[in-house]
Every structure is written in C-alpha cells, then in structure tokens.
Design a protein around this ligand. Structure first.
Ligand code: AMP
Length: 210
C-alpha cells in the first residue's frame, strides 16, 4: 500500500498514519517530523526550515523533494509507505511523479476549519518520538508523558492559534488543489472526520477496502 494522507493541519493525518502504519506494517513518512528532527539536530536543512515552520509557511519544494527522495529509497519503504504531510503542493506532487514515486491512493480527511482551530489548542506532541495526543480526545495515560517512549509532551510552537490560521490559509491555497490533481488520476478517496479517532479509522478502512 502506497498511500498519501491529505488534509488540513490538525485533520488527524498523523494520528491515523500511526494507526495504519502499525496495522499494515509499513512506515509512515512525515516530512513535518523529519524537519523538526533536523531543526533539533541543527543540520543545514533544519536551519533552512526553521523560520518557515515557525511562521506557518511551507518549506521550499526543493528541500522537501530532496528529503522525500532520500527517505523513500530506504529499504523499509520497499513494501509500501504512508506519506503524512507530503506532497503539500502541486509542484511537489509533479516532482514525485517524475522521480517515479508510485502512489496507490490519496486519502483526504475532511474537517471544517473551526473544528481544526478548536482541536489544535489541545494537541500535545512528544519531544522525543513525535507521537501526538489530545488532552480530551486522545489523552496520554499519564499527563504530560508519552505513552510510547516516556518522552515529555509539549505544545508545538506552530500550534499557536494565529499560526494555525495562517497554516489553514496555506492549506486551502497550496495543498487543497492536490485533491483535483489525484482525482484526475482516479486516486482520490475522501472521508469525513468522525467524532472519535476510532470511527474515523473505520471510515478510512472502508474507503481503502482494508
Ligand atoms: P506538519 O507536521 O505536517 O504539520 O508540518 C509542520 C510544518 O513543516 C508545516 O507547516 C511546514 O512549514 C513544514 N512542512 C512539512 N511538510 C512539508 C511539505 N511537504 N512541504 C512544505 N513544507 C512542509
């Protein structure tokens, strides 16, 4: 299964990707997580990406294309992958096609903007392994501590309400056109956000026929 998860920031792509990745035994590739790790490590890519991310803007396409080409060439991607947060622009999708990166399905999780804004204020992210939680809908077993690795849970800088609004504008102008791009290739599936994570996963399973 070679799957792209589309959807606004906070639509639940990362959460659903983690669930599907465990079930299907294929890796999730999140460019957001790769960039945050690069910032933490102080690499040249990290230094380049930092200001864009903190402003809620997109990192330049050539940086992303380099990252994704390198990551998908690793052996754990041979049987499939879930792309979370990439492609985010039509040029990224075109570059992926021209590099021969194959996709079976682009699945879009549809959520209204106001739901996103409300939801992002409760999101907590593990400093160490990047797993995400929500203080109401998906709380960790112990407050402030990651269930998976015991790392500290923090609020991402770009989850501040003003930055979330900027990211939604970027989503609608730059990323949402990808739905038409993949629909034209017969690869788009859409699911509506459901009241619980489990119910959304069930809708995704139906849409993917798994
Ligand atoms: P995410 O964790 O997917 O919400 O990504 C966080 C931030 O990383 C985004 O707001 C962008 O600044 C940057 N980013 C992640 N993936 C991409 C991408 N495919 N293209 C451009 N910027 C990206």
């Amino acid at each position: 299964m070679k799957l792209i998860l589309l959807g606004a920031p906070g639509a639940g792509k990362g959460t659903q990707a983690e669930i599907l990745s465990r079930e299907l035994q294929i890796p999730t590739i999140s460019t957001g997580n790769i960039l945050r790790a690069a910032i933490k490590a102080g690499t040249p890519v990290g230094l380049q990406a930092k200001s864009y991310i903190e402003a809620g803007q997109l990192v330049p396409d050539d940086v992303i294309i380099g990252i994704i080409r390198e990551r998908l060439a690793e052996s754990d991607c041979a049987n499939g992958y879930i792309l979370d947060g990439v492609p985010r622009t039509i040029p990224q999708a075109e570059a992926m096609e021209s590099c021969g990166i194959e996709i079976d399905c682009a699945l879009s999780i549809e959520v209204e903007d106001q739901v996103i804004i409300d939801r992002m204020s409760g999101r907590r992210t593990c400093k160490d392994c990047s797993s995400t939680f929500h203080i109401v809908s998906n709380p960790p077993r112990q407050e402030g501590v990651c269930d998976f690795c015991g790392g500290e849970l923090t609020i991402r800088k770009d989850d501040a309400p003003e930055t979330v609004k900027a990211r939604l504008v970027v989503y609608h102008t730059e990323t949402e056109p990808l739905k038409a791009f993949y629909a034209a290739r017969g690869k788009l599936r859409t699911v509506d956000n459901q009241p619980t994570i489990e119910a959304t996963t069930a809708e995704i399973r139906k849409a993917l026929g798994i």
